[in-house]
Design a protein around this ligand. Structure first.
Ligand code: ATP
Ligand code: MG
Length: 302
């Protein structure tokens, strides 16, 4: 813990003389669900994501990808039983989800939930205010006063309109209730709109591609690409490699059996598409495991 008392306003600064400020470090992470604490879903995950890089996490159904995203965000249904997670040089595991969000971490949900009665615009403004207040909740902060760290209603509307245009969302979207009656594609676009407005420094995108038709996939991917910048690290969780045709990862990691079994470049995703997860699992010593996506295993060569 090197910077516990850093002022909240520093959270938007990518550059730092302390290298650990620019990186997410996951070491030997073990996670169990509270509902079934004897079952270890993550069994020693090691991963480092510096700002400015896109790291794709791929893995079969049920391998723990969403659990990893939730554990990083501090979801109350999961317990970290071992290991460390540091972001900006500080231990984030004791922090509540909202504090992690104020440190610039953002999670786009695989299955976003509806909030009837709360409009998209109010939701986003509240979220942005919380984010801008920063972790230490500076007492001089005033959400509507730009001179005191805030943003005026007019500025907010302009920002929202600009980001909605980027994601090809029409104006009526802002007045609708959060995710209520949204199609799968609209839900994903709202996740991307949140990201565009909150401008996170660490974005965890969980299956941003699922439920999207090809045009919506392109719009979402363009929206993400437009937001990539040297101050933001991205953990891109995806089941299929098709999203990676649109968002080019710097690294690809295979999560299976609770661990990162293999890491590589873009070519690893292409290999997975061709071979499924079977060969990597076998190489890691998990004989006989056939993923739901893997082609039939070839007979072992003796
Ligand atoms: N709250 C929970 N209680 C009990 N078991 C859970 C809980 N959350 C996850 N699991 C189990 O942990 C395993 C990993 O689930 P997780 O959702 O992390 O997988 P995933 O890799 O995201 O899968 P998918 O590709 O289908 O999204 C699954 O077998 C799941 O049933
Ligand atoms: Mg999942």
């Amino acid at each position: 813990m090197t910077d516990t008392n850093r002022p909240a306003s520093d959270t938007s600064l990518p550059a730092s003389d302390n290298a650990s400020d620019n990186v997410l470090v996951i070491r030997d992470l073990h996670v169990v669900p509270i509902a079934d604490p004897t079952r270890e879903i993550l069994a020693g995950v090691d991963l480092t994501v510096p700002r400015g890089e896109v790291h794709a996490i791929m893995g079969p159904n049920g391998s723990g990808k969403t659990t990893l995203a939730y554990a990083l965000m501090g979801h109350p249904a999961y317990k970290v039983t071992q290991g460390q997670v540091t972001w900006k040089g500080r231990d984030i595991l004791p922090l509540s989800p909202d504090k992690r969000a104020r440190l610039g971490i953002f999670l786009a949900f695989q299955y976003p939930t509806a909030i009837p009665g709360l409009s998209v615009a109010s939701f986003l403004r509240t979220a942005l205010n919380a984010r801008m207040r920063g972790l230490e909740g500076a007492s001089e902060y005033d959400p509507s006063d730009p001179a005191r760290g805030g943003i005026t209603m007019g500025q907010f509307r302009k920002l929202m309109r600009e980001k909605m245009t980027l994601l090809k969302l029409d104006d009526a979207f802002a007045a609708r209730y959060v995710n209520e009656g949204f199609s799968g594609g609209e839900k994903k676009r709202l996740e991307m709109l949140q990201m565009a407005i909150l401008q996170p420094e660490l974005a965890i995108l969980d299956e941003t591609d699922s439920g999207l038709d090809i045009d919506a996939l392109r719009i979402v991917a363009e929206g993400v690409n437009a937001q990539l910048n040297p101050g933001m690290g991205v953990l891109l969780i995806t089941h299929y490699q098709r999203l990676l045709n649109y968002i080019t990862p710097d690294y690809v990691h295979v999560l299976a059996r609770g661990r990162i079994l293999e890491s590589g470049g873009r070519d690893l995703a292409l290999r997975l598409e061709e071979e499924g997860y079977g060969p990597i699992l076998r190489e890691a010593g998990y004989e006989g495991f056939v993923s739901d996506e893997a082609p039939e295993p070839e007979p072992a060569a003796h």
